[in-house]
Design a protein around this ligand. Structure first.
Ligand SMILES: [Zn+2]
Length: 438
């Protein structure tokens, strides 16, 4: 009953606030699952504690690999507007890559208090180049549905409908190996329970009650309202203008990789006693409330009283002032990839090569395969800046920076025979090329 009461209260409060949209439904989704499957939130809690324990035991001298996550974007549309362009999808992948590598354009806006804890997550995303059956793919599916929308009802029911073809949605691609992102109309005309996105955090199997529907792996992934997917989405106007930089997906992928809201989601009582379990995000009693208010300081921290960290992707500030994950958040996300989502970034899914608007057909890499000496040809106007080469496990094996525009570069590798990915960093984005050493 408490769960029902919680959802009711939230619905009522967003109704009272009127124009204030509820940005993310992750907490409500978990509350709903807890109502259906008692034990779910305890399982999430236990996973979180296990991960903190693993981090504490980690050898700080171990090199940190870059994790690369294959993504499939399922566009489920009823009207032509909802069938968003591929360019918006590419801009979303680019946004994820910038923000999760702390290569975002606005790192300079991080306040001096928080610069020491802001961190590169070392996580990258690419559109999948093959589907689970092994067919070539661009990493985007498009499905017209007869359903007007996928807004949950007053009680939070229906949140997972978009993930089920029998309910007018699209079934997930193997969620162990792909990050599934569904893009649909999540708002509908429902003025009581409005969310722009949601995701479930990982929960490891041993903690699940037997026969729990919550253990259904087909519901893993992220759902985003079509109007806030990608950067400068033409539909991100009016109420949605606070979310026009593609950071709803950055936030939801953070949940998917185990992060909580930094204010701790307390609904009643003293919000300063409840936090996200991490030491380097200052306590806050409430979220940032869809604005950029740098004077917010809702709790007194000790020994240093920091302001609320409204720059954090896991808060609800307007997206133009979001710009960081902290080191503790990064540790949680990377540990989740090492313990709970272990197959996700193992390099088993080939990239589509369609990344960040760079057409890989313009890029030559030859002879391929060979023993380790490649020529790379690129249009000089793309301005190739750097080349990174990763092995099939995502470990960085080679890196070179380039100065000045050029159309041909030599890539010399001394590595074991096998499959590798070369990631080419241009002014406007990155492109991945597969290469083989024999
Ligand atoms: Zn959230």
């Amino acid at each position: 009953m408490r769960t029902l009461f919680t959802i009711l209260s939230l619905a009522i409060s967003s109704m009272v606030i009127g124009q204030n949209i509820h940005r993310c439904g992750t907490v409500e989704a978990i509350a709903h699952r807890e109502a259906v499957n008692p034990g779910y939130s305890k399982a999430v809690e236990q996973t979180f504690e296990q991960v903190k324990h693993i981090i504490a035991q980690k050898d700080i001298n171990d090199p940190d690999p870059i994790y690369q996550i294959p993504v499939v974007v399922h566009i489920v549309y009823n009207t032509p507007d909802e069938n968003i362009s591929s360019d918006l999808v590419y801009s979303q992948i680019a946004r994820l890559n910038r923000d999760y590598r702390r290569l975002n354009e606005d790192t300079a806006d991080t306040r001096i208090d928080f610069k020491p804890v802001a961190a590169d997550a070392g996580i990258e995303f690419y559109l999948a180049g093959v589907d689970p059956q092994g067919n070539p793919s661009g990493g985007i599916t498009r499905t017209q549905t007869s359903r007007a929308d996928f807004a949950p009802d007053f009680f939070g029911n229906g949140l997972d409908d978009v993930k089920q073809s029998t309910l007018g949605g699209v079934d997930a691609w193997d969620t162990d190996n792909y990050l599934n992102i569904w893009v649909c109309d999540l708002l509908g005309n429902n003025s009581l329970f409005q969310i722009l996105g949601f995701a479930y955090p990982p929960a490891t199997a041993p903690n699940w009650p037997n026969g729990s529907a919550a253990s259904d792996p087909n519901f893993e992934g992220v759902v985003i309202h079509y109007g806030v997917f990608g950067e400068n989405n033409p539909a991100a106007t009016g109420m949605l203008a606070v979310a026009d930089k593609g950071r709803t997906a950055v936030h939801e992928v953070g949940h998917y990789l185990g992060l909580r809201h930094i204010w701790g989601d307390v609904l009643f009582g003293d919000g300063c006693t409840e936090d996200d379990g991490l030491d380097d995000t200052p306590n806050a009693s409430a979220n940032a409330g869809q604005v950029c208010n740098f004077n917010n300081n809702t709790c007194t921290d000790s020994p240093v009283d920091f302001p609320d960290m409204i720059e954090n992707y896991m808060d609800y500030a307007e997206e133009q002032c979001m710009n960081l994950f902290t080191q503790d958040q990064v540790d949680i996300m990377r540990s989740m990839l090492e313990t709970a989502r272990t197959d996700l970034a193992d390099g088993s899914v080939e990239p589509s090569g369609i990344d960040d608007l760079i057409d890989t057909n313009q890029i030559g890499l030859f002879p391929n395969p060979n023993a380790g000496l490649f020529q790379i040809q690129v249009p000089a106007d793309l301005n190739l800046q750097a080349i990174s080469v990763f092995d099939s496990k995502g470990m960085l094996v080679h890196q070179q920076s380039l100065v000045g525009s050029r159309d041909q570069v030599e890539l010399a590798l001394q590595v074991k025979p096998g499959a590798y990915f070369a990631q080419l960093q241009f002014d406007k984005g990155v492109a991945n090329k597969r290469l083989l050493i024999n």
